[in-house]
Design a protein around this ligand. Structure first.
Ligand SMILES: Cc1cc2nc3c(=O)[nH]c(=O)nc-3n(C[C@H](O)[C@H](O)[C@H](O)COP(=O)(O)O)c2cc1C
Length: 287
């Protein structure tokens, strides 16, 4: 991905934006986003899966095809949408979110506001706009536009309700060798910043379901999900798996910037898990 700024700083500065300026996205920025999604290598996931993201312009929420895209009032003055398309299984969703989040970070560094949305959009209206193939669905979308400086009272209230500014501390997310010992920042060595980037990432309702065990030999970070019970209850897909792809993306981008060579593998170390809601996802292994 072409980052012109420090990706770590971009990750630190990113926030969900729900109110946009009425100013249109510049043709130059639209060109960059569309060029990005037309570049096949940008849409390949960590395990080789291929994602698809469509760019859809809107004017007063109506697309060029005349379809009105709805967000139940959550989003004001969007200029366009990124619409992600995936199959509905564990690793397709994880890979898809990793791919989608790279684009979110790319847009963020261009000064474009974004907001991951898995729930508060009218899926039917987006499905009318997009040509879905068999077994594909839209797990999430993101509005695009320049952030309006003054956010609505609604945005502030929503941030308060989901405690968007309260990210859990290291002691509740990260572990040393086993799930029995919390990981102290000072013990994380070169992984301190990549792990911190996982902590700062967006997650559905800010539930932060990611958990990491730093291996005893310090050569691997094992990523797990601790599902929030009943979270995706009335959806027909596991939305929290998207949070895991986001975590992998944040972690890997930080590693790349810090020149920490490694790669993602699915190689369950079969450690004792936290509880029945905890499931293994993948491991970052130093190379
Ligand atoms: C998978 C996923 C789904 C989300 N779905 C919605 C949504 O439907 N509506 C919404 O307003 N925000 C949604 N969000 C945004 C989160 O509420 C937000 O990321 C979280 O509160 C943390 O705030 P931050 O992004 O500003 O760090 C979603 C985020 C993720 C990662």
């Amino acid at each position: 991905m072409n980052f012109t700024k420090s990706p770590i700083e971009t990750m630190r500065g990113r926030q969900s934006v729900r109110t946009y300026d009425t100013q249109n996205l510049s043709e130059s920025d639209i060109g960059k986003i569309t060029a990005y999604i037309n570049e096949e290598k940008n849409l390949i996931g960590p395990f080789g899966g291929k994602g698809r993201i469509d760019f859809v312009r809107v004017n007063k929420n109506v697309t060029d095809k005349g379809i009105k895209l709805g967000t139940y009032g959550f989003i004001k003055n969007p200029n366009a949408y990124l619409v992600g398309i995936s199959a509905n299984d564990k690793y397709s969703l994880v890979e898809y979110a990793y791919i989608f989040h790279q684009l979110i970070l790319y847009a963020t560094q261009l000064g474009i506001g974004t907001c991951w949305m898995g729930g508060t959009f009218n899926r039917n209206s987006f499905e009318k706009e997009i040509q879905l193939e068999e077994k594909q669905f839209i797990p999430c979308v993101s509005p695009l536009g320049y952030p309006k400086e003054k956010q609505r009272v609604f945005d502030k209230a929503l941030r308060y309700v989901v405690k968007a500014d309260n990210k859990k501390g290291w002691d509740r997310l990260f572990y040393d060798s086993t799930f029995k010992v919390p990981l102290a920042k000072e013990q994380a060595g070169p992984f301190k910043i990549p792990i911190e980037m996982v902590r700062l990432g967006p997650s559905a309702s800010n539930k932060q379901p990611w958990r990491i065990i730093l291996s005893e030999d310090r050569q691997a970070c094992h990523l797990y999900i601790e599902q929030t019970p009943n979270y995706s209850g009335n959806l027909n897909y596991n939305m929290q798996l998207l949070d895991m792809g986001i975590a992998m993306c944040q972690f890997e981008i930080a590693c790349r910037e810090l020149k920490l060579a490694g790669k993602w593998q699915v190689a369950d170390p079969n450690l004792e898990v936290l509880n029945e809601h905890t499931d293994y996802i993948a491991s970052w292994k130093m190379t």
